[in-house]
Ligand binder design. Sequence first.
Ligand code: PLP
Length: 491
Amino acid sequence: MNYISTRGGGDCLSAAGAIKQGIAHDGGLFMPEILPDLDSQDIAELCEISYPERAAYILSRFLTDYSWEELLEDCASAYSPERFVGGAAPIHKLSDNIFSLELWHGPTSAFKDMALQIMPKLLSRALKMTNETRLAYILVATSGDTGKAALEGYRDVPGVKIMVFYPVDGVSRVQKLQMATQTGDNVAVCAIRGNFDDAQNGVKEIFGDVEFGKQLEDRGVFLSSANSINWGRLVPQIVYYVSAYCDLINSGEIYAGEKINVTVPTGNFGNIFAAFLAKQMGLPINRLVCASNRNNILTDFLETGTYDRNREFYTTMSPSMDILISSNLERLLYTLGGSKLTTRLMKQLSTDGKYTIPADLKQAIDAHFTGLYCDEANTALEIKRTFCDDGYLVDTHTAVGLNCAKQYIEHNHDGLKMLVASTASPYKFASDVYKSITGSQPADELSALNELSELTKTEIPYPLSGIDKRAIRFDKVIDKVDMREALISTL
Ligand SMILES: *Cc1c(COP(=O)(O)O)cnc(C)c1O
């Protein structure tokens, strides 16, 4: 199966080529030329097998240049019970018609693990398949979660090295400890004096520095990114929607072929786009509810057809959804509107910061998506209500999703079961979760973990427990101008 650009440029690559290259030469994102289909027979067969086997099957339909044995081996180790304690993507039944799909049982307690545990293995194989002899150096600037998930994913993967830069005062204490104690022989972490933009701009400058690129080339190294627009991060996300559907059949909650609705707390539009792809392949999904926090640019877009990033940016307690440019939306525009239109709209976005889609594209999007949002007060209320009424503890992002799911159900009496993507462990955002339930602020972030555990009689997940007792491996703080030197010093 070939991969082409959403902007219609000449790139036409194998899956391995697309995963290695990351972004198309014309600035577009890679998409498969055709979507494989999933019929009722396929779903029936998937019901009978384990999560890693389901994952290998879905991946094999897209990554046709990878062998079945390779995919099965990689999926088995990525989604092993040691890495995903309690299952890869288990479902928790919240009420008669609402089900929480828990995507945070991986090594960093957030849903990014679902993709970042497998994608580095896919990249490593892509390097081999394309006869790459150079070392791939993954460069990441992070405001917290992605950096840790990338470190865990790329740790000890052959042919790859990873460096994560984070702003010294821009991440939480738990996040800092998570990264500073990272294990693995091919990993490095460095704090930057400044904020997240400084770290990100520093990384962007390095990617654009031709002279530095040559220096690395001489050492047999090329730079690569772990960015969420890479196809290798998107395709593993289709798996858990298909898997959840199978689990709902197996537990007798739905009959085979019954339609369900899906709600996804959304930032970059990657997770919900994966659900859309599952729907396009044939998974019986009725509507996709795109849940936003106070940064509700997508809610406005889905309602009006105008995407306008010229607006205030809010810092919320669901920081992974604090995004004004949802990169993966480009893939939706392409799928339903074609590459010519997508190219024009993306150009408008970069020059004017906004665009309006034509009526027929709006209608096509309306046929699948509903956009809703939840503000800060209601997010806190949802956490409290879900814990007190349903005995279920959710994080701030999942609470946004749950609230929007309930709004949808209130206004649309379609009687269908609702699957809500739960994207982080409540312990990942322990302070805000604790405060939402009790109304009082814990002493600090580390003690919040224990206080939340005592209050709710639930266990701190293994990636976060005892984090203050692990050995610090990386404590370097540098200036932005010294980032290149820091990289070179690891070679
Ligand atoms: C990344 C993230 C999201 C948003 O997912 P997108 O694919 O960017 O839409 C939601 N919740 C959590 C906890 C995340 O880490």
